[in-house]
Design a protein around this ligand. Sequence first.
Ligand SMILES: Cc1cc2nc3c(=O)[nH]c(=O)nc-3n(C[C@H](O)[C@H](O)[C@H](O)COP(=O)(O)O)c2cc1C
Length: 164
Amino acid sequence: MTNLETVDTFKQIMGSYPTGVTIITTVNEDGSPVGLTVNSFASVSLDPLMVLWCLDRKSTHLNAFKNSIGFAVNILAADQCELCWAFAGKSLDRFSKADWSYSENNLPVISESLGVMECKTVQTIEAGDHIIFIGQIIDIVKRDKEPMLYFRRNVGLIPEGWPV
Ligand SMILES: Cc1cc2nc3c(=O)[nH]c(=O)nc-3n(C[C@H](O)[C@H](O)[C@H](O)COP(=O)(O)O)c2cc1C
């Protein structure tokens, strides 16, 4: 089933599936902040509040996320497009490009994002070439901002004229 053509079709369909954009962060063993751009984020449960996201096994931060007790989901606002690309690029000098601070839970949180959900990791599931992280929310913040939209490899504001 998994030939090159079906993989390409899968990528095209997923690329045409609009999502929001998050930067998911945690700390390394030495306490330094790490994070990457993620759109595989989804809600899981209301009682208790739980979310999930998927991390590529090839991530340079696989061990940091596996060994940490939790993670922060920073949901990006439409005016944070540069951060989306900075945290998806090869350079690991990512936090110098962001306004951020450590939360009370000692997780790196990005200032002026639309929302932050701090989570303790309650389950990890190996799934193909990714690992699913499931987290229970321990702290949540929402700001009154417009969301960032990701669609066909572009990011931006939800266009005027929506909804039709
Ligand atoms: C919009 C967008 C969404 C992404 N979503 C994911 C994702 O859900 N999981 C993932 O592992 N990588 C995702 N990536 C790719 C990572 O951000 C990128 O590979 C990053 O360089 C990984 O850094 P790391 O190896 O330091 O963890 C996404 C990239 C973009 C631009």
